[in-house]
Ligand binder design. Structure first.
Ligand code: SF4
Length: 148
């Protein structure tokens, strides 16, 4: 029997009307940040937004996700590809890992190619920290194009 990993997703509130299409598609296809679960089943136990800058819901919503069994919190790719990317992302990650002892993965679906192109031109992700943060969702050009 496959291991079931329970996850929660927190999205950037700028995209609060997002239907989650890319996240759910990549979860099903094990693409982007979900590629780490190739041999596992995924159960989504929570989905919410940060509640808008400065992200007040980060303080509370992981607790509910944890009560539902979440072992990993994913920050949706919108936090990485938005203009500008979330400036608080490192604080959020450290807070959730320390306060709730939950693993945090940066990203969900693969970075769409159009965002990859503009952020490369803007040199948004040049720092070592951002290089690390985009790793799970970088994928290949072919996959990025499929998520455009
Ligand atoms: S930029 Fe960060 S704090 Fe602001 S709405 Fe998006 S995720 Fe929340």
């Amino acid at each position: 029997m496959k291991k079931v990993v329970k996850i929660g997703i927190i999205i950037c509130h700028r995209y609060h009307t997002c239907g989650g299409g890319k996240c759910f598609r990549s979860m099903k296809n094990r693409e982007g940040a979900f590629s780490i679960y190739k041999n596992m089943d995924i159960e989504l136990v929570g989905y919410s937004t940060c509640d808008g800058c400065p992200g007040g819901n980060i303080e509370y919503v992981p607790e509910e996700m944890k009560k539902n069994g979440a072992e990993v919190i994913h920050f949706a790719t919108g936090m990485v590809v938005g203009y500008p990317p979330c400036a608080s992302i490192t604080h959020f990650k450290k807070f959730i890992e320390e306060q709730y002892k939950l693993k945090v993965v940066i990203g969900t679906h693969p970075i769409p190619e159009k965002y990859y192109v503009i952020h490369s031109a803007l040199k948004t992700w040049e720092s070592p920290v951002w290089q690390e943060y985009i790793k799970p969702t970088l994928a290949t050009e072919e996959i990025r194009l499929a998520y455009n």
